[in-house]
Design a protein around this ligand. Structure first.
Ligand SMILES: NC(=O)c1ccc[n+]([C@@H]2O[C@H](COP(=O)([O-])OP(=O)(O)OC[C@H]3O[C@@H](n4cnc5c(N)ncnc54)[C@H](OP(=O)(O)O)[C@@H]3O)[C@@H](O)[C@H]2O)c1
Length: 443
């Protein structure tokens, strides 16, 4: 289904760079820009050997690692471009979310400014929609406890500071996105596999807003065209977790409720033994995940209208439904449903909700404070152990004032090793504990 059409007569948008243009959302943004007559430079670390057929004309590739490139490299790419879309940010669970969301954006904005760009669009997260809303009862805690959310707020502030009066910066506040991009496995595959298995379906209170990938792309391009300088929430529907499981299942099945007290207990156990980069697990599982992370659909529609996008509520719902269907079809194909034995491990699915199942969640051992860390660090013998501990600290506290020291210590211990702990082992332990504690409520 095509993106909502932008009615503006403005024709000053001729050349745009899409950083992350080969990604799930970026691909649709590139297509939208092409449909509107723009030339596009797709920036990626891995330009495809064979570009999509519709990209043969008017698309060029720049092989750049946005986390490492200097402003001058971006300046060279952005020459003659009116602006860029940043579709390569980091997510919760991504070790380098801070570098991707803040540091890279600062260098990109500097390059864009020097190249004379006058507009930028950043694909952000709907967590800022809640975190920056004074009326949201968990907004303050979202801002303070979750370094991922803080990185998204810092990203917008840094981009607007560098942009000043020269470059407008629109930030798209994106909830769960459904839809399909050729060659990419859906982020929701695990969720969809689960909803279509014979394993018991379980869901706590709460739910999420959702949107189709076409709408996100349409809004991003319209924001670019309109030189919007605002945060723009996008959503086409709000679904409880229970409704969402039924939406992504081909047949409607009973979803058993998980009491909030159990979710809090899971959060405590999980958060005691492990950490997810960017998220404070205890608070997230116990207090955020069980909320209705719903967006004001009327407000979203209004924002779209301000950008010149017009479509009826019925059209928006149809696009959302089509996106669900396309996602389910892409995950399940035409295969008949496989019966899998019900049993242990089901709750592990919760560990993937709200983040990016395709990447999985990285679990790292928790340390409580820098003093505590230092005490433990002095007892470590091998370089590998030290590197692991330093990396672990860095991931949990990317905003810590001690990060510079940590980086220097890491540098002195090169080569850098991979993160510690086995994610699988931690998830198993967590799910076993959760299942034991929650056994009375399990079917
Ligand atoms: N999908 C969702 O449900 C959702 C929801 C909320 C917010 N968002 C946000 O929307 C943005 C795009 O999400 P997505 O799902 O489209 O992501 P994606 O499918 O993972 O695509 C990421 C794109 O960025 C490129 N990229 C990654 N790191 C890069 C780097 N260091 N330098 C240059 N290019 C890089 C990737 O290509 P290479 O790997 O070849 O470099 C790819 O083209 C992200 O910021 C994400 O946080 C997504």
């Amino acid at each position: 289904m095509a993106s909502p059409r932008h009615e503006s007569k403005s024709s000053d948008l001729k050349k745009v760079a899409v950083i992350g243009g080969t990604g799930f959302i970026g691909y649709h943004i590139v297509n939208d820009l092409l449909r509107q007559g723009c030339s596009v430079t797709v920036v990626t670390r891995n330009p495809p050997e064979e570009a999509p057929a519709e990209w043969k004309k008017n698309v060029t590739f720049a092989k750049i690692n946005a986390q490492k490139a200097k402003p001058e490299e971006f300046k060279a790419v952005f020459t003659d471009h009116q602006g860029f879309v940043y579709a390569a940010g980091g997510d919760p669970g991504d070790e380098e979310f801070h570098e991707k969301n803040v540091d890279a954006v600062e260098r990109i904005m500097q390059g864009a400014r020097e190249a004379g760009c006058d507009r930028a669009v950043i694909l952000g997260s709907y967590y800022t929609y809640f975190a920056c809303n004074e009326e949201c009862k968990f907004g303050g805690e979202l801002r303070q406890s979750h370094t991922y959310v803080a990185s998204r707020i810092a990203q917008a502030a840094a981009a607007r500071k560098i942009g000043g009066d020269a470059i407008t910066v629109a930030v798209i506040e994106i909830p769960w996105v459904f839809g399909v991009t050729p060659g990419r496995v859906s982020l929701w595959k695990k969720l969809i596999d689960w909803a279509n298995s014979s394993k018991p379906l379980l869901a706590p209170a709460g739910g999420t807003a959702a949107v189709s990938v076409e709408t996100v792309a349409g809004v991003a391009v319209a924001a670019l065209r309109a030189r919007s300088n605002k945060n723009i929430p996008v959503a086409e529907g709000n679904f409880t977790w229970q409704q969402l499981l039924n939406k992504v299942g081909r047949t409607s099945r009973t979803v058993y409720p998980v009491p909030s007290s159990i979710m809090r207990a899971i959060g405590t156990i999980y958060g005691t033994f492990s950490a997810v980069p960017g998220l404070e697990v205890r608070h997230f599982l116990g207090k955020v995940f069980t909320q209705n992370l719903f967006m004001d659909l009327k407000q979203c529609r209004q924002k779209e209208e301000e950008l010149g996008i017009s479509h009826t509520e019925g059209e928006a719902m149809a696009r959302m439904e089509a996106a669900f269907k396309a996602t389910i079809d892409s995950c399940l194909g035409s295969a008949t449903l496989k019966a899998t034995p019900a049993g242990a491990g089901t709750l592990t699915v919760f560990t993937s909700l709200g983040t990016r199942p395709s990447m999985g969640i990285k679990l790292i051992p928790r340390v409580d404070s820098y003093t505590e860390f230092q005490k433990k660090y002095t007892t470590l013998q091998s370089a590998d152990e030290k590197i692991a501990a330093l990396r672990s600290y860095k991931l949990q506290y990317p905003g810590s004032p001690h990060i510079r020291d940590i980086n220097q210590m890491l540098l002195s211990l090169q080569p850098v090793a991979t993160p510690v702990a086995s994610p699988l082992a931690a998830v198993e332990m967590y799910s076993k504990s959760a299942l034991t504690m929650g056994s009375t409520s399990l079917p």
